[in-house]
Structures are given as structure tokens and as C-alpha cells.
Design a protein around this ligand. Structure first.
Ligand SMILES: [Zn+2]
Length: 343
């Protein structure tokens, strides 16, 4: 296999011990387990996190934006990405969501998710994406008790073992995929050992030439979430994370952004072309917690303004992030048309 897949994920920050264990890992394990069929995946570095916080993602390098031309054309055609004009030009899309729950058991910490929590997650997505041209409808919930898959990213002493792209992930996704296609949003939940909040794959990462008419291979496409990131529901006693700084369901929002080809707001730092979106201020590095007024790219002339800490594609706490920009909406729409809406 000759795919080179960029992968993006969010790191979880539940306990300080997990934080300490994770931060020292500047370079995640690059190779998948021996004999794995997808050992060509490129992993990104991890961000350095200030004391008390945790990096929420891998930092991958985007060498060339595959959407640059199409986004430029769409933006000028629609009037600089204005949300109203964009909405008029892009027929709104309702994305069918299949929720695939891998759990160990139905007890505390077993990963079982109630229908109520899953429905709440869909609500969170719809609120976050309101005005972008996308909405989400729950099509199906599948659950499977499978302890081996459940521990999708496991700890090995002080070092988290990265099973993303591993045979385990492939098997899990193949089991659930069914008759999904490139327009189906498959969300998988499992335990990521509190080293990660989630991960997703860019649709552009899949090389159509290498996959012969199936540009979104079923064994990688989709969003993976730690089950604890789903929003809590009143009366639901199973692993609610309402008190967690990452427990409002915005990990799904963030990962679906990647699933629609959005980069992080700090992609490219203070230099052009940054995150390839003009109306997100340039940002030198990920923002943690909720540092209002932070401005890491002054006098550079590149997408000026204070850091976009409230943007869903930064690393701040769930309570701090609440917006996409019109430029990001245009980019996601272009990605949909280019990669997912396949005739
Ligand atoms: Zn991310």
C-alpha cells in the first residue's frame, strides 16, 4: 500500500498523571505494529503543553493544500466567503451519522453509551455547524462488546501506544462499515486511554488513484472519539463527563471539522498560508485553556487579529470554543463537493 495518510487527533486531559505521561512524547510512535497493513501512516508531532494542560492533537505538516484552487474559486464566486451568500450557493447538506459504540461492559468505565447521550452529541454537532451548510441526522446506532477493540489506544507503562491506523482500528471499522459510503459520517467510540480525545482523517488524504474508484477507504474514513468526550445527560449515570473541561461534546465538532478538511487554526503558525482560511487570525501555536486576548502573531501582516481561541479548530477547553468562520464554512463546503459528494 502506498497511501500516505495525515492523521489528526486530540489528546485528552483528565488526570495530571496522564498529562505528565503524555507531554514528554514529542514524537509519537510512527510505525504501526509489525505486520500491520497500514504501516505507512505518517503521524504528527505533539504540541508542548504548559503546566496543567494537555495538547489535544497531533501536529501534522501540510505540504500542499489540495483544496487551495477550489476554495479560491468558491470564495470569489460567493463573495469572499460571506455566510449568507455562501448559503445561497451551496445546497445545504444533511449528513447521515452512524454511531458505532465499542464497549467493554455496561458498568462504569466500560464505554457503553446510552441513546440519550448519543442524541445529545448530535444536538451539539447541529448547534456547532448551524450556518455552515451542514446538519447531522442520526441514522443508526450499533454497539459491540469487544474488549480488545475497546482499548484502542493503550498505555504501555509511561508511554501511550498508538494504535491509530493499526490492524485493530481497521478491523473495528470494517466490522461497522456496512453499506456506508463517502457521505456517511461514521463515528466510533472506544477508550483512548485518556491520552487522546479523538482523531480523524482528511478526505484529501485518500489517493483516488490508489483506491480505484473508492476514494474513501472504509477502513480509515471516519471519526474516532474517546467515549468520555460525549456530553453528559441528566439522569444518565454512565461515565458522564459533565464536569470535565473536555466533556461538552466539542471533540466530535473538532474532528468532524477535520473530516471536512479543516486544518487547525495554528496550522502554519504566523506565516502564509497558515490554515488556508483567510478569516481565521494567524496563530503561532495551539492555545490551551481559554487565554482571552492572546495574540501570538503581531506585526506579521498575515491574517491579523487576536488568536482564534474560540474557534472549534484550536485546542482550548470545550467551554471556550464555539465558532467556525465563514471562510471555514466555505472550505468545508468545497471539501464536500470535491471529496465526499461523489456521483
Ligand atoms: Zn485536531
Amino acid at each position: 500500500m502506498n497511501l500516505s495518510v495525515s492523521i489528526v487527533g486530540r489528546r485528552i486531559g483528565v488526570a495530571m498523571t496522564a498529562l505528565t505521561l503524555g507531554v514528554g512524547l514529542a514524537h509519537p510512535v510512527a510505525a504501526a505494529p509489525a505486520g500491520d497493513s497500514t504501516d505507512c501512516i505518517d503521524y504528527g508531532d505533539l504540541a508542548d503543553a504548559p503546566a496543567g494542560t494537555i495538547p489535544r492533537d497531533d501536529l501534522h505538516t501540510v505540504h500542499k493544500d489540495p483544496l487551495a484552487k477550489a476554495v479560491k474559486a468558491a470564495t470569489s464566486a460567493r463573495g469572499k466567503g460571506g455566510r449568507d451568500t455562501t448559503a445561497a450557493a451551496f445546497a445545504p447538506v444533511t449528513i447521515p451519522v452512524r454511531f458505532n459504540v465499542v464497549y467493554k461492559d455496561v458498568g462504569q468505565g466500560g464505554g457503553y453509551l446510552s441513546d440519550a447521550r448519543i442524541n445529545k452529541q448530535i444536538q451539539v454537532l447541529n448547534k456547532a455547524y448551524a450556518g455552515t451548510g451542514f446538519s447531522f441526522v442520526l441514522e443508526d446506532i450499533e454497539r459491540k462488546a469487544q474488549p480488545e477493540w475497546f482499548n484502542l489506544v493503550s498505555a504501555n507503562g509511561a508511554t501511550p501506544r498508538y494504535y491509530r491506523g493499526s490492524g485493530k482500528e481497521v478491523k473495528m471499522k470494517q466490522y461497522f462499515y456496512g453499506d456506508s459510503d463517502s457521505e456517511t459520517l461514521n463515528i466510533y467510540t472506544a477508550s483512548l486511554a485518556q491520552f487522546l480525545l479523538g482523531w480523524a482523517y482528511y478526505p484529501s488524504s485518500f489517493d483516488p488513484a490508489a483506491t480505484e474508484g473508492n476514494p474513501l477507504p472504509q477502513y480509515l474514513d471516519g471519526v474516532v472519539l474517546d467515549y468520555r468526550t460525549l456530553p453528559g445527560v441528566k439522569g444518565d449515570t454512565g461515565d458522564t463527563t459533565r464536569d470535565s473541561v473536555y466533556g461538552e461534546g466539542d471533540t466530535a465538532t473538532h474532528e468532524v471539522g477535520h473530516w471536512l478538511e479543516l486544518y487547525h487554526t495554528f496550522q502554519g503558525g504566523c506565516t502564509e498560508p497558515g490554515d488556508y482560511v483567510d478569516d481565521t487570525a494567524a496563530e503561532a501555536s495551539p492555545a490551551f485553556q481559554c487565554p482571552i486576548g492572546r495574540d501570538t502573531c503581531t506585526d506579521t501582516g498575515v491574517d491579523p487579529g487576536v488568536d482564534p481561541i474560540h474557534n472549534f479548530m484550536d485546542y482550548t477547553y470545550d467551554a471556550c470554543m464555539y465558532e467556525f468562520t465563514p471562510g471555514q464554512a466555505t472550505r468545508m463546503q468545497t471539501a464536500w463537493t470535491s471529496y465526499r459528494d461523489i456521483p
